[in-house]
Ligand binder design. Structure first.
Ligand code: ZN
Length: 199
């Protein structure tokens, strides 16, 4: 847990710059959060509407489990409510959401869930290479409660990811580093799946 919001802001800005360089946070898309308090749940989440490659440690806002803030100035990402729901249900310490292309293309092919199996990179996801792992897919919605319900319906403690169709992907972990490693491996896995798929 990162208790100090400014320290969290520094870490979030650095992660956003990294994901931007990967092409996963184009425009002002995507948002990252870390839990700063567990009871009651509070998260530091990136602010809305800024270029994610140019965030400063101040471009972060503390929200409650529903994504609401009493900050008079900073506006949290519209998707902060889903971050809160994921952190509450999964117990994660960090949630990352990016608009990487491969997961969205995969959801287009497999709207009922993207199955990954027999791939060495599954180890980076905390699983064995021979295992079958199905990444759940939820339909897109502008209503974070609807998205949250879809997330919870498909939630499994051993699959720390959710693809939102025609939108992007959420991955979570104990901290930003575990979430990053899982996201990087998941992006590779779904890209492999998409690129080896025979039409
Ligand atoms: Zn998004």
């Amino acid at each position: 847990m990162t208790p100090d919001p400014r320290e969290a802001g520094e870490a979030l800005a650095a992660e956003c710059a990294r994901y931007t360089a990967m092409g996963w946070m184009r425009g002002t898309s995507g948002n990252l959060s870390v839990v700063v308090d567990r009871d009651p749940l509070r998260l530091a989440v990136t602010v809305s509407g800024k270029d994610k490659g140019e965030l400063t440690p101040d471009d972060v806002v503390v929200v409650d489990a529903e994504g609401r803030t009493d900050d008079p100035v900073r506006v949290p990402s519209a998707e902060a409510g889903l971050h809160g729901r994921i952190a509450a249900v999964s117990g994660a310490g960090a949630v990352v959401h990016v608009h990487a292309l491969a997961p969205v293309v995969a959801a287009e092919h497999w709207p009922d869930g993207v199955e990954l199996r027999d791939l060495e990179m599954l180890k980076g996801f905390g699983r064995q290479a021979h295992e079958s792992v199905v990444i759940p897919v939820a339909p897109n919605s502008q209503d974070m409660r609807v998205l949250g319900d879809a997330f919870e319906a498909g939630f499994r403690a051993d699959v720390p990811a959710l693809i939102v169709a025609r939108h992007g992907v959420y991955v979570w972990g104990d901290d930003l580093y575990q979430a990053r490693h899982r996201l990087e491996c998941l992006e590779w896995l779904v890209r492999f799946k998409v690129e080896t798929h025979r039409r």
